[in-house]
Ligand binder design. Structure first.
Ligand code: ATP
Ligand code: MG
Length: 564
């Protein structure tokens, strides 16, 4: 049932390009017809050569040869058209599906990403979709050419010699059953193989991203062992596929040879008795190949189909994941924001089995207020911040901005009102300018520099040989921890949103630079609601409100602390 509905979904992908696709199928149909006609000409030539004298034969041969040549040219042209444009269409469909999958992945929620391994996603975006391109193109055209050749050959063989063709047809069900049996096995093992290759990707991604840790602890051998274990699993399933494919292919080949031997033997007996002319043998020898080629092809295509569908299934597995956090049906726009943040009895756990991280949190930060969040490591400070832009949803309780429950707001609007510097200071592989511009795509160059000045980043950026065009490297590896943090700060300042959340955004800076950043932020805060997480009290000495956390709760007298 499931595979049927998958096939339906797969077929739907052809809908947007149905006209081009139909033309391609038509060409493959025509090319197969031309291919079928050529052996008929050969059979005709055999009759001419055997039955006529040489002068008469020559005058008859020329037109038949001309027809053969014309058929060969037409076959080539139609083959070219369906081969090239068919592949092009396949690549186009693959690309469209890849874009769709990527767009879908960008919408999934943080809780879903907590369960993913990035390498597995990469594998789906590349390998699975490559398998699909082959299926997109080869699948339908190969079926058309195979079916046309099979039926056409059957009709021709019956009309040339009915009893002989019966021998050929008797062998076909055996081959078909044999092929079906193995194709089922290939499908199962292909699915496992796809999973194994995605595990390899995930291991490589994990180990190579953390190569400095691997080297610092001298754990290259352990890393190799982990990678080798994934490699071994892949090797076993791959070998399994080769084994089944090989047994299947060789079995079909053997049955084909058996069929040819039977046909040739019977033909020879009938010719020696004078019951059929030699041209029948010629026709049979050529057409038996045509009869068996589609079966051989379908056997090959079955494997391709199994692999392609296994890839499709994995792609669809991701595509069918609904983002856990998304707009409500009647979500409100939220483009004007004053910035009052209120939490009411909020409790939250990442997973039920790991227990609550935040317990019954309630507080209000007035619009334009400046709150500091402090507390020991692991108490839930970052978690609290992640709830405000709805990266995660509270288990109970509500969060309000300007008195509006954030669940009732459009997610994109809500997030557009928040500039959030996360604890891990993530930079993308690109230039410094591109990384800052992420805050606001249409920002002018001077605005980018101004944001960098507020973040105390302009001086060090200008000191780099390529200035703002310097490359950061993947995850910003070419920059120091403090430099990365300042670029992330500049990105948030550039966004210029009414709510600013800084999660230990200056922790890697020296005290003097940190003080300068804080002073600059204070000067340009201009009524923005600010929430700052810091371990050093000096970082938040200007805060008007202090939320001190202990074990997932706001505790002690600090709860109501206000400086003014
Ligand atoms: N994505 C996640 N999935 C499951 N548990 C998580 C996740 N992120 C954090 N936690 C757990 O939630 C708890 C609070 O983590 P959080 O990051 O909020 O702490 P924190 O107060 O910010 O600590 P630090 O000062 O070290 O940054 C920790 O026990 C942590 O193990
Ligand atoms: Mg934290």
């Amino acid at each position: 049932m499931k595979s049927q509905s998958r096939l339906k979904e797969f077929c739907k992908l052809y809908l947007p390009c149905r006209f081009r696709f139909s033309l391609i199928l038509l060409c493959s149909f025509a090319a197969s017809l031309f291919t079928l006609l050529i052996p008929l000409c050969v059979s005709k030539i055999t009759n001419i050569v055997i039955d006529m004298d040489s002068s008469e034969a020559l005058s008859k041969l020329l037109p038949v040869c001309g027809v053969m040549l014309a058929l060969a040219v037409l076959e080539m042209l139609f083959n070219y058209f369906y081969d090239f444009y068919g592949h092009k269409l396949g690549a186009e469909m693959e690309n469209a599906l890849r874009q769709k999958l990527f767009a879908h992945l960008t919408r999934l929620s943080s809780s879903e990403y907590d369960e993913f391994r990035v390498g597995q996603l990469m594998s789906s975006l590349t390998n699975d979709l490559l398998d699909l391109t082959e299926l997109f193109h080869h699948g339908p055209e190969d079926y058309v050419t195979s079916i046309v050749k099979f039926i056409g050959t059957g009709i021709i063989l019956v009309s040339v010699c009915g009893p002989l063709s019966l021998i050929a047809f008797l062998c076909i069900p055996v081959m078909a059953l044999y092929t079906l049996y193995f194709s089922h096995k290939v499908r199962i093992i292909s699915r496992k193989n796809r999973q194994d290759i995605s595990d390899i990707n995930a291991q490589a991604e994990d180990l190579l991203s953390g190569i400095r840790v691997v080297q610092a602890y001298g754990q290259e051998a352990q890393a190799e062992r982990r990678f080798a274990a994934a490699g071994k699993r892949f090797f076993h399933s791959r070998t399994g596929i080769y084994f089944i494919e090989s047994v299947e292919y060789q079995g079909v080949q053997f049955l084909l040879q058996l069929m040819t031997i039977l046909v040739v033997g019977c033909c020879a007996v009938l010719i020696s008795k004078g019951s059929i002319p030699v041209s029948v043998l010629v026709a049979f020898l050529m057409y038996v190949g045509y009869l068996t080629e589609p079966i051989r092809r379908i056997a090959g295509m079955t494997n391709q189909y199994q692999q392609g569908m296994a890839g499709f299934e994995r792609v669809m597995h991701f595509m069918e994941m609904e983002p856990e956090i998304r707009d409500a049906a009647d979500a409100e726009s939220f483009l004007e924001c004053r910035g009052e943040i209120r939490m009411e009895h909020v409790s939250f756990s990442y997973r039920q089995e790991t227990g609550e991280v935040l317990h019954d949190i309630s507080f209000t930060i007035p619009a334009g207020g400046y709150a500091a969040v402090t507390g020991e490591s692991g108490v839930g400070k970052s978690t609290l911040c992640r709830l405000i832009p709805r990266f995660y949803e509270p288990d109970s309780g509500n969060i309000y901005i300007d008195g509006k429950n954030i669940r009732s707001l459009k997610l994109a609007d809500l997030r557009s009102q928040i500039a959030y510097v996360q604890q891990d200071a993530y930079l993308f592989d690109g230039t410094i300018e591109e990384n800052i511009r992420f805050g606001r795509e249409d920002a002018a160059e001077e605005e980018i520099r101004q944001a960098a000045r507020y973040a105390m980043a302009d001086d060090f950026i200008m000191a780099l040989p390529d200035g703002y065009q310097s490359l950061t490297g993947p995850k910003g590896v070419r920059l120091s921890g403090g430099q990365k943090q300042r670029i992330c700060l500049a990105r948030a300042f550039l966004k210029n949103a009414p709510i600013l959340i800084l999660d230990e955004a200056t922790s890697a800076l020296d005290s003097r630079t940190e003080a300068q950043v804080i002073a600059a932020m204070e000067a340009q805060r201009k009524g923005k609601t600010t929430l700052v997480i810091a371990h050093r009290l000096s970082t938040v000495e200007h805060a008007q409100q202090l939320l001190h956390f202990e074990d997932g709760r706001i505790t002690g007298p600090d709860k109501a602390y206000r400086r003014n």
